[in-house]
Design a protein around this ligand. Sequence first.
Ligand code: FEO
Length: 394
Amino acid sequence: MHREIAKGVYYVGVDDNLTDLFENLWKLPFGVSYNSYLIVDEKIAVIETVKGPWSEEWLNNIREVVDPSKIDYIILNHMEPDHTGALPDISEIVPNATIVYTPFASKIRHSFYDIPNPEKKVADLEELSLGSKTLKFVHAKFLHWPETMMTYIVEDEILFSCDAFGAFGSLNGKLFDDEVNMDLVEKESMRYVSTIITSYFKFVQAGIKKVKDLGIGIKVIAPSHGPVYRKDPMWVVDKYDEWSGPDMVKKCVIVYGTMYGFTHRTAIMLKKELLGHGVDVRLHNLSYSELSQVITDTVRAGVLVIGTPTYDAFPYPKVWGFVNEVVGKRYPKRPIALFGTHGWGGGGVKKLRTQLENAKFEIMEPVIRCHGRPKAEEIQQIKDLAKSIADHLK
Ligand code: FEO
């Protein structure tokens, strides 16, 4: 299936409703789309391919508009295989089409794919004429990899923004922001940003500034995942700006693991105290909450609380894994509170503290360590911690 976006500009992407986990990590309850666009002018260009298994469907979408063997340029905004997996298949059909990308992308292409196509490495803001339409290439470092760029059609004012401004969720025959359920798009965009792009928030901010500073008109934003924005393209830009910005949300999220209920009991006591202070508080038991949702809820929480039992002298494995995400995704800095329970040694909380302090997070006091169930001293510490969290969030 194809859809016309502007005269001579078509959506030819595909839906993936089969893959359970994006990057084999993040749940896709509503699927995902791999967006690709075709520009038919005196020269013909295709922007992005799709993930490998969807190659035939994608080529058939192109065939509805043009014979793929007539394609002159394959524009690769990003080398990640959800965008380039079908490259060997199109290369077989049109081995002379010129691949257009950044110099960094060229290195990755030669490592990933053994194909004969010629290449054109474009500089930042370089232009390429297709006849009546001019393409301008805007380097967009770390959105989402270091080789990434965006492509802009000068005459139509359409920005093909690649992973930036994307969303999880397949399109199911709809395409534009005025056709889809925007409540779901907002949730799935936030989950996409939180899981895929949190590490690169400063590059999101830099990318938005760069595009705004170019002073170009933007009538349409066409990302590589999720809907195309024609009704209100700035909606998604403003959302990305907010989600990647420095302001935390005035809420507290308690994330914990528990084996026999002592840590759970401590979490519930803390939640009750926080509610008493009027704090917006949410709880995630890592054995049951889905990790992408935990990350989405915590990435901008004004205070994050992490609770763990000690397990093999380390934090509980699911908690340890979550803290590695907090550190690895370079969560924006905000205070983190810790509590834990142990049967004898209590190494879990100590190791969490070391890991988070090494990553330059401020640890709130008191850090609560319960030998088994919380007793009078720890119950007082829970009250004190709740007060400190409430004061911080005021
Ligand atoms: Fe959609 Fe970074 O790949």
